[in-house]
Design a protein around this ligand. Structure first.
Ligand SMILES: Cc1ncc(COP(=O)(O)O)c(C=O)c1O
Length: 429
């Protein structure tokens, strides 16, 4: 007999929980992070500009002493992803904003993206007074539905921002083909996709014109706050570098500013941690992949539960989140929100994630936002109307998606077995 929602055996009703031990905590750190930060603190050189190119005496590519950690982090992050150029910045949101400006996005331009993402993806568009246009998501991957892009293109469309949600790559072949045909810029939001590789196609963040990463504390490379742009395009690199450095140009006077930029420089302390965290990334990603495969094979057997599908050509996945789809009708049990509460009571941490789509955020349709655009002669679409056009996104947000954080995948098989036991207690036969 399946357990009913009011069964006294459930921890939420006072029964014994499946698990009382904590799972792996994140971020993982040890003396390496502390030593790296201490070395920078003791050097007295806390920003990248403390280092002059003239002083540089690099004896080996691994050398950190006597050189900017920010520069070294850029070099290593670019190399790890097979990119030519990198610019380290203060966070992933600003990386996206700089990418938009560097790519020449202007007020009134339209940018096609996904509504199932963190708000930074929409903000980077709207902060240029450009207009987000949304595809629905693919119901199996939760990534943007690339087949809808072409139908949304107008003469004002300038760019596409694919988001590799949870670290699972978008359909970049389709996206790049449409972009090429219509001469659109592709800016990848790779905030979840550190060290993600497709067979024979290289790494996330290098498939479009520019890729933007986040190192916010929950991310797979964590520095508290931080971000990085990757590109293979020297012109975009020069522009992004200048924009993050208040519009300065190398070799020019310090107080001469050529572009309307930001101060978005990463600190030396942040980069010191980033270098150590990057050194842990690929081994951790491999562990997440192995645990994800084991976990998902078991969870897929439960009624009403289906793990999101991975890109078929993925060889390195970050599993920033383990995404599950839950259908209460098929399970015949509780709602998604009730299931999440019951799982947490069983000692299995999980969450609903984005509880509404980007387009449903209060500011998207507010008078304050509309009047700012109107002052520039731009009329925003009625974002409330997207609810009808994006049924898969609506379902994911309001009734279907369950997120498991990547730290859970950094444990061992017994941790996976406990997660499986928790779901099985609530959904099993
Ligand atoms: C998909 C996505 N894009 C962009 C960002 C922005 O990154 P940050 O928090 O570093 O500004 C995040 C961070 O949560 C994200 O999840």
């Amino acid at each position: 007999m399946p357990v009913s929602a009011d069964s006294p055996s459930l921890a939420i009703n006072g029964g014994d929980p499946v698990r009382t031990r904590p799972f792996t905590t994140w971020p993982i750190h040890d003396d390496a992070e502390r030593d790296a930060v201490t070395a920078v603190a003791e050097s007295g050189k806390w920003w990248r500009c403390a280092y002059s190119a003239d002083e540089l005496d690099i004896k080996s590519p691994d050398q950190l002493e006597g050189r900017s950690r920010v520069e070294a982090f850029e070099e290593r992050f670019a190399k790890a992803h097979g990119a030519k150029y990198a610019v380290a910045v203060t966070n992933g949101t600003v990386a996206l904003e700089i990418a938009m400006r560097a790519a020449g996005i202007q007020p009134g331009d339209e940018v096609i993206t996904t509504p199932y993402t963190f708000i930074a993806t929409s903000l980077c568009i709207m902060n240029q007074l450009a207009v987000p246009v949304y595809t629905d998501i693919d119901p199996h991957s939760y990534n943007m539905d690339a087949s809808q892009i072409e139908g949304l293109i107008t003469e004002r469309t300038k760019a596409i921002i694919p988001v590799h949600f949870a670290g699972n790559p978008c359909d970049m072949r389709a996206i790049n083909a449409v972009a090429k045909k219509h001469e659109l810029v592709v800016i990848e939001d790779a905030a979840h996709a550190h060290g993600v590789e497709l067979e024979g196609q290289g790494f996330a963040g290098t498939w479009g014109d520019v890729g933007c990463f986040s190192f916010q504390e929950s991310k797979n490379v964590a520095t508290g706050e931080g971000g990085m742009l990757l590109t293979n395009d020297k012109r975009l690199y020069d522009m992004a570098f200048s924009l993050h450095h208040l519009g300065r140009r190398e070799g020019e006077l310090w107080y001469k500013h050529f572009h309307q930029g930001w101060n978005a420089r990463m600190t030396e302390l942040t980069a010191a941690i980033g270098i150590v965290q990057l050194g842990r990334l690929f081994e951790q990603n491999a562990r997440r992949m192995e645990n994800s495969a084991y976990l998902c094979a078991a969870l897929a057997e439960l009624p009403g539960l289906e793990p999101c599908r991975n890109h078929p050509e993925i060889v390195k996945h970050s599993h920033h989140l383990q995404m599950l789809r839950y259908d209460a009708d098929t399970s015949g049990r509780m709602s998604r929100d009730e299931l999440i509460k019951a799982l947490n009571a069983e000692g299995i941490p999980c969450l609903a994630g984005y509880t509404f789509p980007n387009y449903a955020n209060p500011f998207m349709n507010s008078e304050e936002t509309r009047s700012r655009f109107a002052a520039a002669g731009i009329t925003l679409p009625d974002y409330a109307a997207y609810a009808e056009r994006c049924p898969h996104t609506e379902r994911a947000c309001y009734s279907e998606a369950i997120w498991l954080e990547h730290r859970l995948l950094l444990g061992d098989k017994s941790d996976m077995d406990d997660i499986i036991a928790g779901f099985t207690k609530l959904l099993g036969k």
